[in-house]
Ligand binder design. Structure first.
Ligand code: NAP
Length: 307
């Protein structure tokens, strides 16, 4: 029996683990299928307070993990396949393992969104990627593309230009969602070429088991063109990891968990933190802040409801 089980080991989950650990609750953290969350696959983080020179995402997350372990947090790997929130203790299933817990903190984060093309799905890992940090190295000297118009797309395109000979930024509108500073940095990079307003109709060549071209359609002229590339990085946002909570917790139309009065969900004793409940701020520091809130809320809940 656990006092607090935390689903997810990104910025929110680890901050919750640090606080719950320091409150002597011996939290159990279930890593999930992307240990470390999105910070683990990002590069330099320049806006996390306390690091004037910036800090690499994987280093930041590793430090948080060590800090949580120092205060007694335990870690188990596994993806959550079912949850029973009907009564306490809650039952959390991860494959063959079933965990019982008096309080639950959901910090399961969000996963990269895909375009939804059949060819994209078949070529993931064969030239199509959602993680520049993981796969950029494979494209040394190659021409590649990044799809998206947000900060992620700009960051990935800049990062990938260290390896690639050319990086096309493919975006469906002429306007960009990316912040001014990230966009300016990308525009100043001579290896980047912007192609807008276009949508990706297809990626070839599935029959050859690798990426050869992108088929693009201009949304204004409807003109279809072919762009030869060796790799395609999809950077079009994220989907919250909330499938197992469907019908059990309140969600908005995009599947983000709805919280109230801090981190509370509609089930007493179940709290949510980080990107799983935040489609607006989505920052490392806000995820950390909400993880702290969830741990404090769980601690107060357990004081009042020890059972
Ligand atoms: P985002 O801001 O939601 O941007 C997603 C982009 O993908 C948008 O340009 C969107 O186009 C496009 N898109 C979405 N669905 C699409 C589809 N089906 N087909 C084609 N294009 C599609 O997501 P993000 O860039 O991942 O950023 C998420 C958050 O993290 C933001 O708050 C951002 O500031 C933050 N972030 C910060 C940093 C940093 O500061 N270092 C780095 C990365 C991310 P439309 O604009 O047309 O909707």
């Amino acid at each position: 029996m656990n006092n607090v089980l935390i689903i997810g080991s990104g910025c929110a989950g680890l901050t919750a683990a640090i606080y719950a650990g320091r409150a002597n609750l011996k939290p159990l953290v279930i890593d999930g299928h992307e240990p470390g969350g999105q910070l683990a696959i990002t590069t330099m983080v320049e806006n996390f307070p306390g690091f004037p020179e910036g800090i690499l995402g994987p280093d930041l997350i590793e430090n948080m993990r060590k800090q949580a372990q120092k205060f007694g947090a335990e870690f188990k790997s596994g993806s959550i396949t079912d949850v029973d929130l009907g009564k306490r203790p809650f039952k959390i299933t991860a494959g063959n393992e079933v965990y019982e817990t008096r309080a639950l903190i959901i910090a399961a984060g969000a996963t990269a969104r895909l375009l939804g093309l059949e060819s994209e799905r078949k070529l993931i890992g064969y030239g199509v990627s959602t993680c520049a940090t993981c796969d950029g190295y494979f494209f040394r000297g190659k021409e590649i593309a990044v799809v998206g118009g947000g900060d992620s797309a700009m960051e990935e395109a800049n990062f990938l230009s260290r390896f690639a000979s050319k990086v096309y930024v493919i975006h469906r509108r002429n306007e960009f969602r990316a912040s001014r500073i990230m966009l300016d940095r990308a525009r100043a990079n001579e290896k980047l070429q912007f192609i807008t307003p276009v949508v990706v109709e297809d990626i070839t060549d599935v029959s050859k088991g690798g990426v050869e071209t992108m088929i693009l359609r201009n949304t204004q002229s409807n003109e279809v063109s072919t762009l030869p590339v060796s790799g395609v990085f999809i950077a079009i946002g994220h989907v919250p990891n909330t499938r197992v909570f469907r019908g059990k917790l309140d969600m908005d139309e995009n599947g983000y968990l709805i919280t109230h009065h801090g981190s509370r969900t509609k089930v007493p004793g179940v709290f949510a933190a980080g990107d799983v409940q935040d489609h607006f701020y989505k920052q490392a520091v806000t995820a950390a802040g909400s993880g702290c809130m969830a741990a404090i809320d769980a601690e107060k809940f357990l004081e009042a409801n020890p059972g």
